[in-house]
Design a protein around this ligand. Structure first.
Ligand SMILES: Cc1ncc(COP(=O)(O)O)c(C=O)c1O
Length: 396
């Protein structure tokens, strides 16, 4: 066994079943392990490394900030968080930003905001939240309760009261589940962990009207599908449906831990001083990382690249589907794509890694494609070539 893995197994808690490789460095869309083996990366730290690895501006700007101010409390103002918020607000339907450090914290913040809003305007019992089956919202107690998959909840009862779950893209079921105590509906515009399931536009339109009619906070969890993944800065823009609140993390820091909740003014007003906080929220290094990511997405062609390469990658996946019967579906938007197989994907993913392509499952039988947003055609061809070789072995 690799010496690092032996040492890690002794001291790191056993909550992940890691693949047996030790990643040491990266450049562009490639990673190298401790034995010097090179991997093409179609995982990007699970939809995180938007700019890939070692982007020179990213390294330069964070290094500059590192020498200026590493952290200070939110009891004082800091320039990077103000600047990042301005970019987010100017390029979205939202007015205010709250910073935290992860996706779960961003959804947690949205849950707290929604409860305060519901109670303020509709009474003490207005705290119920409806989420979708097959959703994923995080691992804290509130967000694992919000997650519509029992496999993540097993062993953690009692969960939080007030949550109910409905089938994704089924408006009738959702409409029936809404009552006078519903304060929020939480939806991933594209379900990630649940298997790359996009929402239908017509569904989101109806949900928007339902929320308007009943003054329910509509939360989009864009932790995975936001920040350029779909080819739009926000996934809601792809569907042309504006939520009241959005949760962000992953790609926002391009590898630096940051989470954010954005809200429209009257929803944001539900939270007042003392209601919510995070020591590290809005950290100047994390916000500097966010500024570089957004600048590149918006002004240096990365969003356009996602649209172009996303279309290309999808066309290559459809070609594979035509060639291999085991592929039963190809779905997703931009560079958040998935193929569904009629068998477990575990061994296929393992074999691809063996051949130098990092891939990732999303559930039992879906392979997910969430590469760095800067990926080019040549690298897509290379990755598809490896996958093709592996699929040949698995086709009966
Ligand atoms: C849609 C969604 N929400 C929330 C989370 C939780 O994010 P984190 O792992 O940063 O807490 C994830 C993570 O995969 C996610 O995909």
């Amino acid at each position: 066994m690799n010496e690092w893995i032996e040492r890690g197994t002794k001291v790191i808690m056993n909550t992940y079943s890691q693949f047996p490789i030790v990643l040491e460095k990266g450049n562009g869309v490639y990673l190298w392990d401790s034995d010097g083996k090179k991997y093409l990366d179609f995982v990007a730290g699970i939809a995180v490394n938007a700019l890939g690895y070692n982007d020179s501006d990213y390294v330069k700007e964070i290094s500059k900030q590192l020498k200026k101010l590493q952290h200070c409390s939110n009891l004082y103002w800091m320039t990077p968080s103000i600047e990042l918020s301005e970019i987010l607000v100017q390029n979205s339907c939202f007015d205010k930003v709250f910073y935290c450090n992860s996706g779960a914290e961003a959804v947690e913040a949205a849950i707290k905001l929604s409860k305060k809003y519901g109670k303020k305007f509709h009474g003490e019992n207005c705290y119920e939240i409806i989420t979708m089956k097959k959703s994923f919202h995080g691992r804290t107690m509130a967000t694992v309760t919000a997650t519509g998959q029992t496999k993540y909840q097993k062993g953690f009862n009692p969960l939080l009261p007030g949550f109910s779950y409905v089938e994704f893209n089924n408006f009738n079921e959702l409409e029936k589940a809404v009552n006078k105590n519903t304060c929020a509906i939480i939806i991933e515009p594209i379900q990630g962990e649940g298997g790359i399931h996009p929402a239908e536009k017509i569904y989101l339109e109806k949900v928007r009207s339902l929320c308007n009619k009943n003054d329910i906070v509509l939360v989009f969890d864009e932790v995975q599908c936001g920040i350029g993944r779909t080819g739009e800065l926000f996934a809601y823009q792809l569907f042309d449906i504006e939520p009241d609140v959005v949760s962000l993390a992953k790609g926002l820091g391009g590898g630096f831990p940051i989470g954010a909740m954005l809200a429209t003014q009257n929803k944001a007003d539900a939270l007042q001083p003392g209601d919510h906080a995070s020591t590290f929220g809005g950290n100047p290094l994390a916000c500097t990382a966010g500024k570089v990511v957004l600048k590149k997405l918006l002004y240096e062609g990365v969003l356009e690249n996602v649209q172009k390469q996303g279309t290309y990658l999808k066309s290559k996946l459809i070609e594979l589907q035509e060639r291999y019967e085991i592929i039963t579906d190809v779905r997703g938007h931009g560079l958040m794509l998935g193929i569904e197989l009629n068998c477990s994907v575990k061994d296929i993913v393992k074999e691809c890694i063996e051949k130098g392509l990092l891939l990732l499952g999303a559930g039992e039988n879906v392979i997910r494609f969430v590469p760095p947003l800067i990926i080019g055609k040549k690298e897509i061809d290379k990755g598809i070539g490896i996958l093709n070789e592996v699929l040949q072995q698995f086709q009966k």
